[in-house]
Ligand binder design. Structure first.
Ligand code: MN
Ligand code: MN
Length: 296
C-alpha cells in the first residue's frame, strides 16, 4: 500500500470516528431519523471530507439500505434497535463503519454481542488467512441464541468503490482467497434473533447511477446532470436540489431505463431484531499488525 493511499485511509477514518460519536449523541428517542442522518453527514462535510454514501438508518428488522426521505416522518422510539452505517472518503479512499444503538437498553445484549464478534474478527484477520478460514471463525463467535445473517457480507474497498473485488462472508464458505498485507477491507457482521437471512423490501431512498445511456426528456436530462456530480457513488433524494413531483417522475423513468439503480431496504426474513457492527481495516500495514482506521 503506498503512503498516499494509507494517509488518506487514515484521514477518512479519523473523521468517521467523530461521526460515530455524533451519531451516538443525536440518537435520542423522539428524534426524527432525518435529523440523525443529516447531523452525521454534516459533520463529515464540516471536517472537509465527502460522504461515500448516504447515512443508512435501519431500524429493528431492517438490516440495511434505508436512508431518510426528504419529507421523512419516522421518529426514533425508546425500544428501537437502530443501525447507523456511515461512510466517508478522502480522495476516494473510503472509511466504512456502522454501530447499533437501543435507547431503552432492552436489546443491549445483542448489540454487545455483535461488537464482541467484530472485535474478535478484527483480531483474527491477518495476511495469509483465507476468507473461508475467516468466515468460519466469525460464525463460531456467534452464541447459540443468535444467528449470523448469512447473505450479508463484508467487502474489499477500492478507490471511489465501496464494494471492490471479492466479498467477505461471516460464515463458513468456499473462498480460498487469501488476505494480503495492504488490503483495505470493511468487516461487518450482522446478527439477529431471527432466522439469519435478509430479503429485499421497499425502496429505501438510496440510488446509484449505473450508466450514461442516451437519456431522453428535458427533466430526465436535468436530473441526470445533477446525479453525475455524485461520481457513481450511492446518493439519496435528500441531496438533490429539489425532489417534488417532476423530479420523482424523472427518477422513476431513469430507474425504468436502467440508468439509475434504486436500492431496496433489506429486511430480516423472520422479522428478527438485527444488530450490526462494522470497521474498516488496513491489513498488516503497521509492521504486520492491522490498522483499524474507524476505531479510536
Ligand atoms: Mn457500512
Ligand atoms: Mn460496508
Amino acid at each position: 500500500m503506498d503512503e498516499e493511499a494509507k494517509e488518506n485511509y487514515i484521514r477518512a477514518g479519523e473523521v468517521i470516528q467523530d461521526a460515530r460519536q455524533k451519531a451516538r449523541e443525536v440518537s435520542e428517542p423522539g428524534t426524527n431519523v432525518k435529523v440523525i442522518a443529516e447531523e452525521v453527514e454534516g459533520l463529515i462535510r464540516d471536517e472537509g471530507l465527502e460522504t461515500a454514501f448516504p447515512v443508512n438508518i435501519s431500524i429493528n428488522d431492517e438490516a440495511a439500505h434505508y436512508t431518510p426521505a426528504p419529507d421523512e416522518d419516522r421518529v426514533l422510539k425508546e425500544d428501537d434497535v437502530l443501525k447507523i452505517d456511515i461512510g466517508a472518503h478522502s480522495e476516494g479512499y473510503i472509511a466504512d463503519t456502522a454501530l447499533t444503538v437501543n435507547p431503552s437498553g432492552k436489546h443491549q445484549e445483542v448489540i454487545d454481542t455483535v461488537e464482541e464478534v467484530l472485535a474478535s474478527a478484527l483480531e483474527f484477520i491477518e495476511p495469509g488467512i483465507t476468507i473461508e478460514e475467516f468466515g468460519s471463525y466469525v460464525e463460531k463467535q456467534v452464541p447459540p441464541q443468535y444467528n449470523v445473517i448469512r447473505n450479508l457480507t463484508g467487502h474489499y474497498l477500492g478507490r471511489y468503490t465501496q464494494h471492490a473485488g471479492v466479498s467477505i462472508p461471516n460464515i463458513d464458505n468456499a473462498s480460498s482467497h487469501e488476505f494480503q498485507e495492504g488490503d483495505a477491507v470493511a468487516i461487518e457482521p450482522f446478527i439477529t434473533t431471527g432466522a439469519g437471512s435478509i430479503k429485499e423490501g421497499k425502496p429505501g431512498n438510496i440510488y446509484k447511477q449505473e450508466n450514461d445511456r442516451n437519456v431522453r426528456g428535458r427533466h430526465q436530462r436535468k436530473l441526470l446532470g445533477e446525479i453525475k456530480d455524485f461520481n457513481g457513488l450511492p446518493f439519496t433524494s435528500r441531496w438533490l436540489s429539489s425532489f417534488s413531483g417532476r423530479e420523482k417522475m424523472a427518477m422513476k423513468k431513469l430507474i425504468d431505463a436502467g440508468v439509475v439503480h434504486s436500492y431496496p431496504v433489506l429486511n430480516e426474513v423472520d422479522g428478527g431484531i438485527v444488530a450490526q457492527a462494522e470497521h474498516t481495516v488496513l491489513v498488516g500495514v503497521d509492521d504486520g499488525d492491522n490498522i483499524v482506521t474507524t476505531r479510536n
